[in-house]
Ligand binder design. Structure first.
Ligand code: WTA
Length: 658
């Protein structure tokens, strides 16, 4: 425990570590017995090979895992910040996800098992999926789309969303998926930044029983998107009153359904852009993160196989929307390159009731479930009875992604969903990294609640201070990646300067993740939150997640977000925003929570303010928006009735970011 005297140097960029978490869960022996990676020695060998002979290791992986129309001349060319992988080679991600599986004899395996929010269902085998992808690609060619053209996709989570992504990949068009909740303004910004030529959308989508008119939003965006020539519209809802602009708009059923569906995949350069995905940093306009074909495809596939221990009979469900990177890498490219059977669900987790996810797990006998802490915390809040109604015994592995998972939420996931028998893979990664970077390997890693444990083969993390020097053991610092990996971003679309400044200028030669982390005595990594979110109390730099986890370990607390606000005496004071269950939001609870944190992690970390809120402001992908809460903590007014519970959700609605 650091003392509160302020003796630590305030110029040091190290972060004090205050939360002690010593529970440890070895993998169940039955799991290890059948696992793809089943011994520590096997992992160590892979890790050492990748670290000591990078090019040799990835050469072998690329040959084994991807189809090559033309072999590459060189495995990797790297001069920070620019990386090229499998230089001179030609492959195709759609071929790797479809044709390669069909050629391997699994064409009749279900690729997508889909359920819409109203309960309609559809299954597509790999062979059927290829036909649909080819038809869509053939229609895109008729609409004038070719290699290198950008296609914006603004679609519900229907099979057609995956189909359009793979159809772009088939002809070398660059997809830019825009989550179907963003505003017209955001769509227009993204269309213009990328120079999109085609937008693919639908007449609407179902969300909590209501219809959202997607095409109407797209029409508004297209009025401000001069580069877009056509709009391809899927009839999802059956809305007959969708205005179609002659010469610009075409119905999917008019131009896709009648195609032959036989188009061969175009051989594409390894470094051809596969997609752009926009993500916002804490400031500024969204960045178009650019990923390329071969390296990304290989990274998505290998990380999927390593982390999810995939077997032929698995039914795998990643609950992410394809509007996020998790949907790109772990709904489409990773699992499909590996020939997995993926469940896809269109709607909300609480429609028609709070047990929809568990109903789906039971109905489709899902064996691997990959979801986010924000969902897990919602399930906890909704109550265990929704879970207990269902038979979840098909599950054998659970995953988490997107934010740190508080140890108490981890324990709930482990006990209530996993029945104490499923390993949990807490996967740390980013849009920029293309795929998972750190995660337990479920057959071998003893997990600790809240830790993403160890790096995958090919990932060389370093934790450094602002001068680039490694921090002391068990102290937090900036998490960097020291060596290139195949799935790394290749740049920000149209903004090379920002790419350098954001990721490569702070610590020369290394990729700066923007997260803080520490490594414990077992060599496990613990993500401590974003660099910008560190709170400096009397010269001690504290991690948001540690204070939040201490709060969440109190039975009355569901979710917590802490931020720093100015304090004349201490530099910064800690302001906590909490959502609660089965408790009164009163002064007594406030006092109790402060004491609870003090007991858990020390006086220094005791929040100065505790505010009870009905909801926390979140990005559309479910991350807590601490930046907004900083404004609130330092005095920004909140509209609405604040007499009992503050409602901060309206704040998030004002910010179209993710
Ligand atoms: C955070 C999502 C702790 C982190 C794949 C990262 C996590 C950012 C974890 C990237 C995790 C993601 N533990 N923090 N397991 N996974 N994060 O680009 O701050 O949406 O930098 O990619 O989410 O978010 P993005």
């Amino acid at each position: 425990m650091p003392d509160a005297s302020g003796s630590a140097s305030s110029s040091s960029s190290q972060i004090d570590h205050v939360l002690i978490e010593d529970r440890k869960f070895p993998p169940p022996s039955e799991f290890t017995a059948q696992a793809v990676i089943s011994s520590e020695a096997q992992y160590q060998e892979l890790y050492d090979q990748a670290a000591n002979n990078r090019d040799g290791f990835w050469d072998a992986q690329a040959k084994e895992n991807l189809h090559w129309f033309k072999p590459y001349d060189k495995v990797c060319e790297f001069e920070a910040p620019n990386a090229k992988w499998f230089v001179g080679g030609q492959t195709n991600a759609s071929y790797n996800c479809l044709d390669r599986n069909i050629d391997a004899g699994i064409g009749d395996r279900a690729a997508i098992i889909w359920e819409g929010e109203p309960g309609d269902t559809r299954t597509l085998t790999y062979r059927e999926l290829r036909t649909e992808v080819c038809k869509c690609a053939e229609a895109m060619i008729e609409l004038g789309i070719g290699t290198g053209d950008v296609v914006s996709i603004y679609m519900p989570m229907t099979p057609e969303l995956a189909i359009t992504m793979l159809a772009c990949a088939r002809i070398g068009a660059v997809h830019s998926v825009i989550f179907a909740g963003f505003s017209a303004e955001s769509i227009a910004d993204r269309n213009n930044d990328a120079g999109a030529k085609l937008v693919i959308t639908s007449d609407g989508l179902y969300r909590r029983g209501k219809v959202l008119p997607l095409k109407a939003t797209v029409d508004e965006a297209l009025a401000k998107s001069p580069t877009v020539k056509h709009c391809l519209v899927l009839k999802r809802i059956g809305n007959d009153d969708v205005p179609m602009k002659t010469g610009r708009d075409v119905w999917w059923h008019d131009v896709v359904d009648s195609q032959p569906g036989t188009l061969p995949a175009t051989p594409l350069d390894s470094e051809a852009s596969l997609f752009i995905l926009y993500t916002s940093g804490s400031t500024g306009k969204p960045k178009g993160i650019r990923h390329t074909t071969a390296g990304y495809n290989l990274w998505a596939k290998k990380t999927f196989q390593w982390v999810f221990d995939h077997r032929d009979d698995d039914v795998y469900w990643c609950t992410a929307d394809c509007g996020w990177i998790t949907g790109h890498s772990y709904v489409v490219y990773g699992p499909m390159s590996a020939g997995a059977t993926c469940l896809m669900y269109e709607g909300a987790p609480n429609h028609p009731a709070e047990d929809r996810f568990w109903d789906l797990v039971e109905k489709y006998k899902v064996s691997i479930l990959y979801t986010a802490p924000t969902a897990i915390r919602a399930f906890i809040k909704w109550g265990d009875e929704h879970v207990e109604k269902h038979d979840l015994s098909s599950l054998r592995l659970l995953g988490s992604v997107g934010e740190g998972i508080n140890p108490e939420a981890w324990m709930w996931y482990h006990e209530k969903i996993g029945g104490k028998k499923c390993p949990i893979v807490d996967t740390w990664w980013q849009t920029e990294t293309g795929g998972i970077m750190m995660s337990p390997l479920p057959g071998i890693t003893a997990t600790k609640p809240g830790s993403c444990t160890k790096p995958l083969p090919g990932v060389i993390p370093k934790i450094v201070d602002e001068t680039g020097k490694p921090v002391e053991d068990n102290h937090g610092g900036m998490l960097c990646i020291a060596e290139p990996w195949p799935g790394m971003l290749r740049g920000i679309w149209g903004d090379d300067d920002r790419f350098v400044e954001q990721y490569w200028a702070t610590v020369p030669g290394m990729y700066l993740t923007g997260d803080n982390a520490r490594q414990d005595e077992d060599g496990y990594y613990w993500i401590m939150g974003r660099i910008d979110d560190v709170i400096n109390v009397s010269g001690h730099r504290l991690s948001t997640i540690e204070v939040e986890s201490a709060l969440v370990s109190h039975p009355a607390v569901c979710e917590a977000a802490v931020v720093g606000r100015h304090d004349d005496l201490k530099g910064q004071a800690i302001a906590a925003f909490v959502t609660i269950r089965d408790a009164q939001p009163d002064e007594a609870l406030r006092k109790e929570l402060k004491l609870h944190v003090r007991k858990q992690i020390g006086a220094l970390a005791q929040p100065d303010d505790i505010r009870f809120t009905a909801t926390l402001p979140k990005t559309r992908s479910g991350k807590i928006m601490r930046r907004l809460l900083r404004d609130v903590a330092s005095g920004r007014e909140i509209v609405g009735d604040t007499s009992t519970l503050e409602d901060l959700s309206s704040l998030a609605k004002l910010n179209d970011e993710d």
